[in-house]
Design a protein around this ligand. Structure first.
Ligand code: PLP
Length: 391
């Protein structure tokens, strides 16, 4: 029996056609399979490996923490220095109202914690999210998801959720004084990189202020430099009440976080005490790796070059079969006329050693979200392969 057989038999499957390449190694912007074939990684584990795979500084931070301790106690009881160091570093790189970090294991768990926090702080129960939004797959996060096809089979879900049209000012009237929070992405990644107008962003903020609803910004996919600034909200001229982080937060290890003001966060300490509990959230190894990743982003000034790298992709990706290229920094959707065409191109790219996939709500768009330290040569190599697959 092959490893593929055991993979299909014993590792629970959620897709009828998994890519099923057996990976042997990953380094920088490349993956290698067990046959020694290399792949230029255009998706970074879906916006996780922002500093590339297995960066030596991240490996050193993991090894250093391994010498001290791994899991010692459930979240929030003992002082675990990796959590404290990382929370401080995050707060130092955020506006002053985002000063208290709750670490979770995943992005979806950060979403769950933030929804609970907003309900508890405001004493309200209704929540607004947006059409074609993706916030994770647990039941609360799924309730927010803006697509009936994905939600319907799992009902009943959370009550009191309104799904508003993204980038539509009139729909904002559905945010009312009964709304606990509005959960929003600064760019709708899984819709195929849809960038809202600044007018709408301003109107969302204004409506939240008018109604007292907390604004929760999901930067799980857009954070850590992906869009050309450390946080996407820096380009939007506002500061959320609660910020959600995940994916690149752990430097390649599992970590999520919801971050808010300590005066909001403290409602989780009473009535009931232990308002949000996790065993492994903020695992010391993950926090050590994440901190090393954040330091790398800053030291190597990776964010400063995101936009110029995005421009190289845009300049090279010109072909009659490409209908459009939408990008916010190195979060790029290359649009084709349909899923069949896109899938055939993705398969051909993988065959030629360039690794990509499509977006959840935009199966006709090829995803480009590489490590931010991808070089100009690697970008040319990737674009040449994509263009060769189109001809
Ligand atoms: N929010 C956004 C915008 C995401 O892209 C994702 C994952 O793709 C999540 C939340 C959920 O994160 P996780 O898969 O870590 O639960």
């Amino acid at each position: 029996m092959t490893q593929r057989h055991y993979f299909l038999q014993h590792v629970a499957q959620t897709s009828k056609a998994p890519i099923a390449i057996e990976i042997a190694r990953a380094e920088g912007c490349r993956l290698w399979d067990v046959n020694g074939k290399s792949y230029l990684d255009l998706i970074a584990g879906i916006s996780v490996a922002n500093t590339g795979h297995r960066h030596p500084k991240i490996l050193a931070a993991i090894e250093k923490q391994l010498q001290n301790y791994m899991h010692v106690m459930v979240y929030g009881e003992l002082i675990e220095s990796p959590q404290v160091h990382y929370a401080r570093a995050l707060v130092q790189n955020l506006p002053s109202n985002l000063n208290s970090v709750y670490f979770t294991n995943s992005g979806a768990e950060a979403v769950e914690g933030a929804m609970k926090l907003a309900k508890r702080f405001t004493g309200r129960t209704n929540i607004a999210s947006f059409d074609k939004s993706y916030h994770g797959s647990t039941q609360g996060a799924l309730s927010l998801m803006g697509d009936e096809y994905w939600r319907n089979a799992f009902r009943p879900l959370l009550p009191g959720i309104s799904h508003l049209e993204y980038d539509s000012v009139p729909d904002l009237d559905l945010i009312t004084p009964e709304t606990a929070c509005v959960v929003m992405e600064p760019v709708q990644a899984e819709r195929g990189v849809v960038i809202p107008s600044l007018t709408w962003i301003n109107a969302v903020q204004k409506r939240c202020k008018e109604t007292g609803a907390l604004l929760i910004l999901d930067e799980i996919q857009t954070g850590f430099g992906r869009t050309g600034s450390l946080w996407a909200f820096e380009q939007l001229g506002f500061v959320p009440d609660i910020l959600l982080l995940g994916k690149a937060l752990g430097g390649g290890l599992p970590l999520g976080a919801f971050i808010s003001d300590i005066n909001i966060m403290k409602v989780l300490t009473e009535n009931p005490v232990l308002g949000h509990i996790t065993t492994f959230g903020g695992h010391p190894i993950c926090c050590a790796a994440g901190l090393a990743g954040l330091e790398l982003l800053i030291e190597e000034k990776l964010v400063d070059h995101v936009e110029e790298k995005a421009q190289i992709f845009r300049k090279l990706l010109v072909h009659p079969r490409i209908k459009s290229v939408r990008s916010k920094g190195l979060l790029i959707a290359v649009e084709f006329s349909g899923f069949e065409e896109n899938k055939a191109i993705i398969d051909a790219c993988i065959e030629k050693g360039v690794f990509s996939d499509w977006f959840l709500f935009a199966p006709h768009c090829l995803r480009i979200a590489p490590p931010l330290n991808i070089s100009a040569e690697e970008i040319s190599e990737a674009c040449n392969v994509i263009l060769a697959c189109l001809s």
